[in-house]
Each structure stands twice: as C-alpha cells, then as structure tokens.
Design a protein around this ligand. Structure first.
Ligand code: HPA
Ligand code: ZN
Length: 334
C-alpha cells in the first residue's frame, strides 16, 4: 500500500469476527483440533463468492467454530489491529457478536476477555485507540438480546455501546425497541445496521424507534428523498462499507455505488471495512478502490476521514488529536 493512503481515519463499522483471515482459520482449527468442512486454503477460499448477505453470514458463522479460547479471540483481534495500523486506522470501534459465541457453547467471558485483552494494549502497541461494541443478532429474539445485555452489564464487560446486525430483511428495527431503551438507560451508545439490504423505512424506524446515534450502512436511504433530507439536516453518521456492498451484491458494481450521490447530498458518510477478511480488503483497499473508481480528490478524502473522526465515540481530546493529524496529512498535500 502506498503511503498516499495512510490517511488517518477512524474505523467505526468493523465486525471483529469478520477479520478472521482464511490462514488464521486453518491455524486455529489445527490448534483446537477442529475438523473444518473446507480443510484447505483453496477449498475455503472457494467459498467466498457471495450472492447476498445471508450467503455470507452462513460462512461467517460457520468459520467462528475455530474461536474457542481467550487466546484465539486475542490473536484474531491483534491480527486486525496490525492490518488496520498498516491501513492508516488511528481509532477503531469494534463490534463483536456475543450471541454467536454463546450459541456455540463459548462462555461470554472467553470472548470478552480475549478481545478486550488485545484492545487494552492497542494504543501502545499499534497507536490505535479502541472501543468495543456488543452487536445483537436481529434474527434472534429481543428476549435473547436483553438477557445477553444484562449478562454483559453484570460482568462489567468493557463495552461502550450496542449495535444490531445479521439478517436485516424480515427483522425490522421495531423488534428491538426495549433492547435499545435498556441500553440507553444503562448509559450505552447505540448504533444499528439499517438500509443495507432492508428498505429506507428501516432507516427511519432505526432513528425514530431505536434512537440510534449512527446508522451502519444506510446506503438504501438514497431511495427516499425525504429520508435523505432528514439525514442531511441532522448530520446522522452513516458508516458506509463500499467493498462489502459490492461483495454482498447490495450494489451491482462499485461504479453503481451511491457514495458520490450521498456526498453530493451533504450526508455525513465515512468509509469502513465491515468484514475485511471476507470482502477483499481493509480500510486502505476500500479507499484505494474508491479513488480508482470515482477519482476522489484530497478534499474528499479529508472530508471522509474527518467525518469518521467526528462521528466516533472517542473522547473529545482524542478527536482533537486525530483531527490535527488529519490537518497535517492535508497540509503535506497542497
Ligand atoms: O455486513 C453485515 N451485515 C449484517 N450483519 C453482519 N454481521 C457481520 N457482518 C454483517
Ligand atoms: Zn456490518
């Protein structure tokens, strides 16, 4: 990667389980004595052509079988931080899927301790400040999500907020009103996936019924001009993931991605890698693809990176530090 792309950014939409690279899947399977349905790199890699979100999710959940011990979760997290560092990421808000691990009989404490132990040293080791977000699976019940949230709170898990992910179609935001009320009462930040495969009405309801502070994806918002006006007026952060959208066929091609239209409409968008081990790259590859496809100039890159920093849940002092770094990046390019 050229230094041109070491744009200092915040990554706000990242599933840590989606950073599990095929090589690490095989390594952890061997370490834990797990027989994989696709036991070679070539076999495994051949599974990565997705037709839609559910097709990806089936592989994403199946591959998690190799995550057994705290060390597995810590190794995965450190591997992400190393690649993120090489991509210019300076702050990362990382989602994990507690229910996906509990459902396989892995105690919550194993996942939480493994991930958070790696995050605890990320600033010193990688220069990346971090925060952890517990994402709930929208194809499971609200009761399940509430019970897991209570368990996370009771154990003092170092989470900054909650998110909502997995299969969007058929699982509307209205299913999770009590979950988001509970999170708000507990002082947690709130984000949710919406408008990835689901309709613009999901984005409206995610804002109005769940009271989220950011929308993950939100690309289908462009189908509703009233919604675009609302998002622009309130400067609601939208964590867009271009390579993810292409690989999950949410858009036909990168050229057809609505990012240019979203920027032209004054939306508060930032760039993210979502599940980089599955979708063809980390932050750097996402930016590189956008520059190649749309010819984004230095001003556009600065705006996108600035949006990510301003939309983060980092402390104000850290945001100021990162915005100063971004200004220095810009100043070196006049
Ligand atoms: O891109 C995604 N969309 C919804 N759920 C997910 N869980 C992991 N990645 C995703
Ligand atoms: Zn996502």
């Amino acid at each position: 990667m050229t230094t041109e792309f070491l744009l200092p950014t915040a990554e706000l939409h990242l599933h840590i389980e989606g950073t599990l690279e095929p090589e690490l899947i095989l390594e952890l399977a061997a370490r834990n004595g797990i027989a994989l349905p696709h036991p070679t790199l070539a076999d495994l890699r051949a599974q990565y052509e997705f037709t839609d979100l559910q097709h990806f999710l089936d592989l994403y959940y199946a591959n998690m079988a190799v995550l057994v011990t705290e060390a597995d979760f810590a190794d995965m997290t450190r591997a992400y931080l190393l690649r993120a560092q090489a991509s210019g990421v300076r702050h990362a808000e990382i989602m994990f899927d507690p229910q996906a691990h509990l459902g396989r009989g892995i105690p919550l404490s194993t996942a939480v301790r493994g991930i958070s132990s790696a995050l605890a040293s990320s600033q010193d080791e990688f220069g990346i400040s971090t925060a952890l977000i517990a994402a709930f699976l929208r194809d499971q019940s609200e009761e399940s999500a509430l019970a897991v949230l209570e368990e996370l709170l009771a154990m003092g898990a170092p989470i900054i907020g909650i998110g909502l992910d997995s299969a969007e179609v058929g699982n509307p935001p209205s299913k999770f009103i009590r979950l988001f009320e509970r999170a708000r009462a507990a002082g947690l930040r709130r984000v949710a996936h919406a408008g990835e495969e689901g309709p613009p009405s999901h984005v409206w309801d995610t804002l109005d019924l769940l009271g989220v502070e950011r929308i993950d994806h939100g690309i289908r918002s462009v189908e509703d001009s009233m919604l675009v006006r609302r998002l622009a007026a309130d400067q609601v952060p939208l964590t867009v993931c271009p390579l993810s959208n292409v690989r999950l066929r949410a858009v036909d091609t990168l050229a057809a991605h609505p990012l240019p239209q979203m920027l032209a409409s004054g939306l508060n968008v930032c760039i993210n890698s979502d599940d980089p081990a599955y979708f063809g790259g980390y932050m750097g590859e996402n930016f590189q693809s956008l520059v190649a496809e749309f010819g984004l100039d230095v001003d556009a890159l600065e705006l996108l990176a600035g949006n990510s920093i301003r939309s983060s849940f980092a402390p104000e002092a850290r945001k100021a530090q990162l915005l100063a770094e971004l200004a220095a990046w810009r100043a070196a390019r006049v």
